[in-house]
Design a protein around this ligand. Structure first.
Ligand code: ATP
Ligand code: MG
Length: 660
């Protein structure tokens, strides 16, 4: 794997604006470098100091890191805290009681504001309600909720009583929900009657019934239902309860359950891009610390900011940068119930203008679809809206293609907002590699440098460091506080997946390929390790070829995979979504030829796709990520037998089966 070639170098570089640098929490590269040096010199001291400064401990810790049972690392293990206390009560004590915590915008545009005091009271009532049902510390609670204030309150309420939550995205099927309820051994499910997205009412409670009806959920005693739409639902006596009854007459204070730093705060299943989802278990203390620090460092959060992360609470981004991080630092945030394309594809821009958002954090898949929409209809182009409140933009979830980055920078950020391209994973708990907005010169498509304290490196298959310019596998050499603690119920899979013996069993394997720039040392993610292509002995990441295709004015989105080839070992098969309608026949052949020549010119003849297939879309996870593993099967012309439980749009597979 040591020889992925970097065929093309990105030369554009954008410095953070001077006034941003002046006021930034981490201001200038020297400050960043000094922090990295501090971590290098005294790793435990670095983290201990931050943990003492940022978290309010009930009982201070005396031991920072315990490595005796590696890779089952423990952080701050004899310390005690409560995460909900740190997110809420602390804000009541430091003058934020009346500050708006959440600006909630419903699908239909209705806005509800909740101040910190009110949020605290709601969480306490919910927590007391859960206790009245007999739910206690250590129990697992599945949350299957729409984007809502109640969803966040449910998560915080679990944290308050020491119950471990497992949020399941509201778009998942009964089968996926059942598997997660069983795997987590949940005693309760918190859900809603329905959810509302894109003007449609979609069921939740009936899916919970179906999931439980599939069997195996005998440990489940309670289903708590939030009434979102008030539709009629099937109500099971002795098991189902309305949320309004559960919280009625409950006290608006609730003594937090003080837990050890290592107490599991939540279990969250990964997106399933590369295989069957894994139940990632996170601890309380280390996770909270990193949620707070990355809010401060990466997002440069200030008391006056209006922060907006568009993720769903069903994903880790919605955990760290909606349910916990913004509250723990006392920020005001926007929470959105709906979808970016309803009532039209200008919804995000409209909401930024309306609420005067200052920080906007979204995913490349959303950006690509909004580029396509703005191209087709000038009325929903971001330039039509007043986005002048924005000061910082962010991206997460997939590598962002340089051309999508440029569009975001120019049209949304008006060339004065830094973009933080944040590389991280469900397993990492928070950002790992990202520009710092007041320090790092940005390069489109590169997540640049690891945060202070994150010992990321690019190594070969046996764990040896590779020189800059040589592609390899991304690892993290030292444990960090917000790292995954184990895969719930499967410690062996945890070791095998993330700390393989081939790398010595102690360094974290991210599962992504990366390369560092010769001159700057910047990291670029080249794609998943499993997706590396080998064409005539040249090893290539998927990302570069996809980005070359996306740079063509006709192309909205692209995914490339390898296909066995007798002469070249592997040949490149590209799946392409055009900005215009899906072509067929002669037109398709014409455009395919044009795109092949384009890639040859942009990167080199070696990267030229042998085959190009057009679709209206690509197979994606429900979190919007391209599932290349399925495309690999289609390219080979084989039947799909893999886990597709997290596939959003199964119908698209049929369309992409045939080469034109
Ligand atoms: P599974 O682990 O089940 O296959 P997944 O890896 O898609 O699913 P997540 O934890 O949601 O689940 O996603 C993390 C992955 O997303 C990273 O490993 C990386 O491939 C990709 N990713 C996230 N942010 C970025 C980014 N800024 N640049 C490049 N890749 C990113
Ligand atoms: Mg993953």
């Amino acid at each position: 794997m040591a020889d992925i070639e970097t065929l093309k170098q990105e030369n554009r570089i954008f410095n953070p604006p001077t006034d941003f640098v002046k006021n930034a929490t981490i201001s200038g590269m020297e400050t960043y470098q000094a922090m990295c040096a501090a971590a290098e010199n005294d790793y435990e001291g670095f983290w201990a100091k931050l943990a003492n400064e940022n978290i309010e401990w009930r009982k201070p810790f005396t031991r920072t890191l315990n490595e005796t049972d590696a890779p089952f690392y423990k952080w701050f293990e004899d310390g005690q805290l409560n995460v909900s206390y740190n997110c809420l009560d602390r804000n009541l004590q430091n003058g934020n009681a009346d500050k708006t915590a959440v600006i909630f915008e419903a699908d239909d545009g209705q806005v509800t504001r909740v101040a910190y005091k009110e949020l605290h009271d709601k969480v306490c009532q919910f927590a007391n309600g859960l206790k009245s049902l007999g739910i206690k510390k250590g129990d697992r609670v599945v949350i299957y909720m729409p984007m809502s204030i109640e969803g966040i309150v449910a998560m915080q309420a679990c944290a308050r009583i020491g119950a471990t939550h497992s949020v399941v995205f509201g778009g998942f099927s009964a089968k996926s929900l059942q598997e997660r309820i069983i795997d987590a051994g949940a005693v309760a499910v918190i859900t809603a009657d329905e959810q509302v997205r894109g003007g449609k009412q979609l069921p939740l409670k009936s899916i919970v019934d179906e999931a439980i009806g599939m069997g195996g959920c005998e440990h489940l005693k309670n289903v708590v239902i939030y009434q979102r739409t008030g539709t009629n639902i099937n109500f099971v006596q002795d098991r189902d309860r309305w949320l309004k009854d559960v919280v009625a007459n409950q006290d608006s204070t609730c003594e937090p359950e003080w837990v050890d730093a290592e107490h599991p705060l939540f279990i969250l299943y990964t997106s399933g891009s590369t295989g069957k989802p894994k139940g990632v278990q996170h601890a309380s203390g280390g996770y909270l610390l990193w949620a707070m620090l990355t809010m401060k460092w990466t997002f440069d959060i200030k008391p006056t900011d209006i922060f907006w992360c568009t993720a769903d609470i069903g994903w880790v981004t919605g955990h760290t940068y909606i349910a916990y991080g913004p509250l723990a630092v006392g920020a005001t945030q926007i929470v959105f119930e709906g979808v970016p394309t309803y009532p039209n594809a200008g919804r995000f821009w409209d909401m930024i203008a309306k609420h005067k958002a200052t920080i906007f954090y979204t995913a490349p898949t959303a950006i690509r679809s909004l580029i396509k929409a703005a191209d087709a209809d000038a009325e929903v182009h971001p330039k039509k809206y007043d986005l002048s409140s924005l000061r910082l933009l962010g991206s997460v979830g997939e590598p962002i293609n340089p051309e999508a980055w440029m569009w975001y920078y120019r049209n949304v950020g008006n060339e004065h907002c830094p973009i933080v391209d944040t590389f991280w994973q469900t397993e990492t708990g928070g950002h790992m590699i990202t520009p710092l907005p007041g320090a790092t010169p940005m390069v489109p498509g590169s997540c640049t440098m690891p945060l202070p304290g994150i010992m990321a490196a690019v190594v070969d298959e046996t764990g040896n460091d590779l020189p800059n310019g040589q592609g390899g596998i991304l690892v993290v050499k030292r444990p960090w506080p917000s790292m995954i603690r184990t895969i719930w119920g499967d410690p062996e899979r945890f070791k095998k997946s993330y700390f393989p013996e081939e790398l010595g069993g102690k360094i974290y394997l991210a599962g992504d390929g990366a390369v560092r720039n010769d001159k700057t040392g910047y990291f670029t993610i080249t794609g998943r390790i499993d997706d590396v292509l080998n064409v005539s002995g040249h090893r290539m990441g998927t990302m570069e070829i996809e980005s070359a295709l996306v740079a063509n004015p006709l192309v909205a989105e692209a995914a490339v995979v390898g296909k066995p080839d007798e002469t070249t070992g592997e040949s490149i098969c590209a799946f392409v979504v055009l900005k215009r309608a899906r072509p067929s026949g002669e037109e398709a052949r014409q455009i395919a030829k044009e795109l092949r020549d384009w890639v040859a010119k942009e990167i080199g003849p070696i990267a030229k796709p042998k085959e190009i297939r057009f679709g209206d879309n690509l197979p994606k996870t429900r979190s919007g990520k391209i599932m290349r593993r399925l495309l690999r099967v289609l390219a080979k012309g084989e039947q799909i037998t893999q886990d597709i439980s997290t596939l959003e749009n199964p119908a698209i597979l049929e369309q992409l089966k045939e080469a034109q």
